[in-house]
Design a protein around this ligand. Structure first.
Ligand code: FAD
Length: 452
């Protein structure tokens, strides 16, 4: 009897799943790789959706990094429009439903990678199904929103949720010239920032004529003839011809939970640093899974494309026979509103205190280039360090063009476990068009070092 090749089944055809598949294919040409994707696309960039809606990107096709055909040419058996509806871990099979042929079948696996991503959280409120209300979590969502903007010519937009997707949606609406209101239930926008830094983001929004309503829970959507006409809040109705809801995501972990695989923080699939789940031979990566946080020393749910690609690669390496361990995240993220760049890494002041650290905290205002150099703009850096040791714990940046990516220097320092004193003397590049002679992140560290 012929021995059949090992079969690896992957559920989810985007960043995490296809990174795993591509890495594995490079290392082991002989294994069968079957990737199930319930949607129409593989390897697409959700991160680009707001910029497509804004009109900076012409076509969603530009957001597809690798088509199903390209993956197939690489020897990956991509089954599009096919949803895995159950896992039979005893028989080591997945149950798949083909949405095109309307049939269910079983596919055996030797090893399984769960890369099912996340879904947008929904508001279970009256009027939520009205035409003109959108989420922004798939190419189809973005296309539907862009079509609405083009055909219905809305004048007034409301964004519900002031996290990074909400902020990016607000930029898209302003780029299209819409009157824009951003509604956030929490006391400030950007919950991953401390309130003092979030205040700077709110100032930038207001400076571009976005009405910002914080501490304002949405209660219902007003509709007429099935179309949205407004958003109801305790402070009254905000008129709206189009609404985007961006109130966060939750992991697609139901398949795993139903099969008895252990879940962790916020119901994400719990993985160890090798991306193994609690069941041998079953791996998970990306937005459906948690990730080890290097500063907290435990796993957290912090879904981002950066981590999805890395965890996918780790799965691929391990499946390919080269043992690999994901060292973990430090909680780095970046976004922008117009010219204002917003970034964070490590622990915010609130997170550090809640996690039991004794900390010192400082802010520094500086410029992105030498103050006299054309194009210099202001930026604020907030830094958090451990009291006594001076170990860096985190930073947040809000500022003009060139400010945000400086967070990477701090992320690198956090990864290396550096103290403020070590950080201050890093040999960072300087010339007037790029920074002041002391880089703004170092200015913040110098100020804070006096407090330790
Ligand atoms: P996903 O990209 O969600 O892919 C999961 C795939 O699995 C989907 O294609 C889904 O259809 C499929 N699937 C799910 N269940 C099944 C099933 N049962 N059977 C078959 N297929 C299934 N991250 C950043 O780092 N930087 C950014 O700037 C950034 N911007 C973003 C902007 C927006 C608007 C959004 C929505 C996200 C953004 N992200 C950003 C987050 C980033 O896109 C995600 O972290 C990343 O896509 C996660 O990749 P993934 O493969 O884990 O999950």
């Amino acid at each position: 009897m012929a021995i059949r090749p090992e079969r690896i089944v992957i559920v989810g055809g985007d960043a995490a799943g296809m990174s795993a598949a591509a890495q594995l294919r490079r290392m082991r040409p002989e294994v069968e790789i079957v990737a199930f994707e319930r949607g129409h696309h593989t390897s697409y960039a959700l991160c680009g959706l707001p910029y497509y809606v804004a009109g900076y990107v012409d076509d969603t096709a530009q957001l597809v990094a690798r088509t199903p055909e390209a993956h197939r040419r690489n020897g990956i058996d991509v089954r599009l429009r096919t949803e895995v509806v159950a896992l039979d871990l005893e028989r080591r099979e997945v149950v798949a439903y083909d949405h095109e042929r309307h049939r269910e079948y079983r596919e055996p696996f030797d090893q399984l990678v769960l890369a099912t991503g996340a879904r947008p959280r929904r508001l279970a409120l009256p009027g939520r199904d009205a035409a003109g209300i959108f989420t922004l979590h798939s190419l189809e969502d973005a296309e539907a929103l862009a079509t609405w903007l083009q055909q219905e010519r809305p004048r007034r937009a409301v964004v519900v949720g002031g996290g990074y997707i909400g902020i990016e949606a607000a930029e898209a609406f302003r780029a299209r010239g819409l009157e824009t209101t951003l509604i956030e239930a929490a006391p400030h926008v950007m919950p991953l920032l401390d309130p003092d830094m979030a205040e700077l983001v709110e100032q930038a929004l207001r400076a571009d004529q976005v009405t910002v309503l914080t501490g304002t829970p949405v209660e219902a959507f007003a509709t007429r003839n099935g179309r949205v006409t407004g958003v109801l809040t305790p402070h009254g109705e905000v008129p709206a011809d189009v609404v985007v809801i961006g109130i966060g995501v939750e992991p697609n972990s139901d398949l795993a939970r139903d099969a008895g695989i252990a879940l962790g923080d916020r119901n994400a699939i719990h993985v160890d640093q090798h991306c193994r789940t609690s069941v041998p031979g079953v791996w998970a990566a990306g937005d459906c899974a948690d990730a080890y946080h290097r500063l907290l020393g435990r796993s957290v749910y912090f879904p981002l494309g950066t981590t999805a690609n890395k965890q996918g690669r780790i799965c691929g390496l391990n499946l390919g026979g080269r043992p690999a361990r994901f060292p973990g995240i430090v909680g780095t993220a970046i976004t922008r509103f117009g010219e204002t760049e917003i970034a964070r890494t490590g622990l915010s002041e609130r997170e550090a205190r809640e996690s039991g650290f004794s900390i010192v905290v400082g802010n520094a205002r500086s410029t992105t280039r030498s103050g006299y150099f054309p194009g210099a703009s202001w930026m604020t850096v907030k830094m958090v360090a451990e009291e006594g040791t001076g170990r860096l714990l985190g930073a947040q940046i809000v500022g003009g063009p060139g400010a945000g990516k400086r967070i990477d220097t701090v992320a690198t320092a956090l990864t290396a476990g550096m103290t403020l004193e070590e950080f201050i003397y890093l040999d960072l590049a300087y010339a007037p068009p790029f920074s002041p002679v002391w880089d703004p992140v170092v200015v913040a560290a110098r100020k804070l070092a006096r407090e330790v």
